[in-house]
Structure formats: structure tokens, C-alpha cells
Ligand binder design. Structure first.
Ligand SMILES: [Zn+2]
Length: 149
């Protein structure tokens, strides 16, 4: 399990820690317990598919796991920081729906999804994104996305 070990090292490098109090139901809306869904990925296990990584990144936004979001972002497009805790008003996420999963080849995939969110006390909004993922050395990474209304 050399890969897991390296992911853990990466996670440490980014100051990653699993959430203090783990949710029971996974925030990604899979109807699975967090401990059997996105939780292990947040703890350092590699995602089996780009869709699993995408789901774990959505859950990380819900839980405010900025270090995980940075660690799963491809180094070519990764921002220096997200400053999730400093957003005012804060964004709250209210649901994820994966619309489409498209595997280009073993190491490239697209996932299209809709995420619902509110900013501060505002009304519900929808973000529709076609995200691109790339696998390197057995790890999926988020490259970027295109948004549509
Ligand atoms: Zn999940």
C-alpha cells in the first residue's frame, strides 16, 4: 500500500486532517454512511474512480476540508489557497447530483454534476459543472471545470 502511504504524506504536507466530528450520512448524497463513502478518501485512501473523487471533493466543500481539496487538485491548476473559512457570506451546500460520467481512457475522465447551494441567507442556486479529472501514479486529480446555467 505504498500509494496510500504517499497520499497520507501528501495529506500531511497540505496540513490535512479528517473532520473533527464525522457525519453519519455522507454529504455527497450517496445514501451510504460517510465512513464507507467519502470518509476513507478524506483519510488518505486513493479514489477508485474520478466520480468517487468528485463526490469526495463535494463532501470536502460541505465539511470545509480545504487541505483535501488542495491535495486532490492537479498541481498544474491548483490554487494556492481557497480560504473557505474566510468567505463572507459563507456558501452552504445543499445537495449533489451526478448527471454524467464519461471515461475518456484509463487516466482521463469527465464528470458532469449539479450542486445546490446558498450564499448567506440568499435563495437556492444551482451550479452545473463539467469537471475534468486526470489520473497520475494511481491518483485521480481535479483539473478544472466548465460551468453552465
Ligand atoms: Zn460520499
Amino acid at each position: 500500500m505504498r500509494e496510500v502511504h504517499r497520499m497520507r504524506q501528501n495529506a500531511r504536507r497540505f496540513g490535512h486532517n479528517p473532520p473533527m466530528s464525522e457525519p453519519v450520512d455522507c454529504p455527497c448524497g450517496s445514501d451510504c454512511p460517510y465512513a464507507g463513502c467519502c470518509g476513507p478518501l478524506h483519510a488518505g485512501e486513493p479514489a477508485a474512480t474520478a466520480e468517487a473523487l468528485m463526490r469526495s471533493r463535494y463532501s470536502a466543500y460541505v465539511l470545509g476540508l480545504e487541505a483535501y481539496l488542495l491535495a486532490s487538485w492537479h498541481r498544474s491548476t491548483r490554487p494556492a489557497a481557497l480560504n473557505l473559512g474566510q468567505q463572507k457570506p459563507a456558501t452552504r451546500w445543499h445537495g449533489l447530483k451526478v448527471l454524467r460520467y464519461h471515461s475518456v481512457d484509463a487516466n482521463n475522465a469527465f464528470v458532469e454534476f449539479v450542486a445546490k447551494f446558498k450564499v448567506g441567507g440568499g435563495s437556492m442556486q444551482r451550479l452545473r459543472e463539467l469537471s475534468r479529472f486526470k489520473r497520475e501514479d494511481g491518483h485521480w486529480y481535479y483539473i478544472g471545470g466548465e460551468w453552465s446555467a
